[in-house]
Design a protein around this ligand. Structure first.
Ligand SMILES: [Zn+2]
Length: 397
């Protein structure tokens, strides 16, 4: 006997392509999917039967790259820039990442939780089942840990994977001493986060305006010694060898990768590193360098998509908008885009055993959509057709 079954439903299992099952049945037992298939083959019985009225069910969406927890915002800076202010003038006016660091350091754990929760509700309204949340606006030990504690607490309503991103930027008190800051991250902040069990993975920003390859290597070696998987902000502004470095350390993912060359991409394929594309930052920063889609496809690297939600370069709280941007800006197909926010994004978080597809044994974390075809999820912009969310086999709240 199954606990519940959804009938009168179309399924996009996302096991391969959309994995479409028209007029299907999905059953759950003990918080997991227990049966998926066409209605004509369904012989089971369920304690509860839900009539989905022709809706589509997909795996709950997975957003594998966000900076969701922070204080303040950068609307003032946005406005200044549009009035013609230079980066220097904005920096003098206290803008840039430093302003977010200052506001986040000044915020209490409860304040960070409240603002994070308010944002997170947008993801829940668009059918999200799992989200990654990074630290990286504290850049000191206590604030980095506070951000990660808040991220953990946000996991009450959604599966949260936390990422320690102490090497996001050099904080003002270490200006001109990036190597000393890396010492601090490796010797104090990262071990403290690991000791408290607050980090599921470790990330760094490897770029000419942040940390170079040798500095990033030191972070990765420390992470490895602590038994934590790594991922990387790689090759966003230049080909700095980030994709190859990520692959060398068996990273879960290399993210951004607009400037990655083919050798780095081939290395990612060999090591099973997922490519995470972030069209929101590309859009917001009005970038022009496209990620190397052809090389990714040629080498068969799994392509995930994420919001990269953050106050500086991607203040976007909509996974569905990202599906659309991936198609309009990067020319992904709607099917590739949806796979990028389900199957491949789950792999980028190490959640492929529990999330990303509709298969027996996986978590019963589902999204229900009032659409006529799954392509509509990437096609429309600004109207969420999400009509239901199931977590652990139950409808939340
Ligand atoms: Zn990011």
């Amino acid at each position: 006997m199954h606990d519940a079954a959804w009938v009168n439903v179309n399924l996009a299992t996302m096991v391969s392509g959309y994995g479409t099952i028209a007029d299907g049945v999905l059953a759950v037992r003990d918080e997991k999917i227990s049966w998926v298939g066409p209605r004509r083959e369904w012989r089971g019985a369920a304690r509860e039967e839900h009539d989905a009225r022709g809706a589509w069910i997909t795996p709950g969406l997975v957003d594998c790259h966000t900076h969701l927890v922070y204080a303040g915002n950068r609307a003032g800076e946005f406005e200044l820039r549009l009035k013609g202010a230079s980066y220097e003038e904005i920096a003098r006016a206290g803008g840039g990442i430093v302003s977010t660091v200052k506001a986040t350091r000044a915020a209490s754990e409860q304040q960070l939780f409240d603002s994070g929760k308010k944002r997170l509700d947008r993801w829940l309204a668009e059918g999200a089942a799992a989200i990654e949340i990074k630290s990286g606006y504290g850049l000191d030990r206590d604030t980095e840990l506070r951000m990660l504690r808040v991220a953990r607490r946000l996991g009450a309503d959604i599966t949260v994977r936390t990422t320690f991103l102490g090497a996001h930027a050099v904080p003002p008190e270490y200006a001109g001493r990036a190597d000393d800051y890396i010492d601090f991250v490796c010797d104090e902040a990262l071990p403290a986060a690991a000791k408290e069990g607050l980090a599921d993975a470790v990330d760094a920003f490897c770029e000419r305006i942040a940390f170079d390859v040798p500095q990033t290597k030191r972070i990765f070696e420390r992470a490895k010694a602590l038994g934590l998987p790594v991922k990387l902000h790689a090759d966003q502004l230049s080909d700095s060898g980030g994709a190859a470095l990520a692959a060398q350390f068996g990273a879960l993912s290399a993210d951004h990768i607009e400037y990655s060359g083919e050798a780095g991409i081939a290395a990612m394929r060999r090591e099973g590193t997922v490519a995470v594309l972030l069209p929101g930052a590309y859009y917001f920063l009005r970038e022009t360098k496209m990620p190397p889609l052809e090389a990714l496809r040629k080498h068969g690297v799994p392509i995930a998509l994420a919001t990269d939600h953050n106050p500086g370069s991607s203040p976007i709280s909509s996974p569905l908008a990202i599906l659309n941007m991936a198609c309009t800006l990067f020319r992904l197909t709607p099917e590739e885009a949806l796979a990028g926010m389900t199957r491949h994004a789950a792999r980028a978080l190490g959640l492929q055993a529990s999330h990303g597809t509709l298969e027996p044994g996986k978590a019963a974390d589902l999204a229900l959509w009032d659409v006529a075809s799954p392509a509509e999820l990437a096609y429309a912009l600004g109207a969420s057709p999400c009509v239901g969310r199931v977590r652990g086999g139950r409808t939340p709240r």
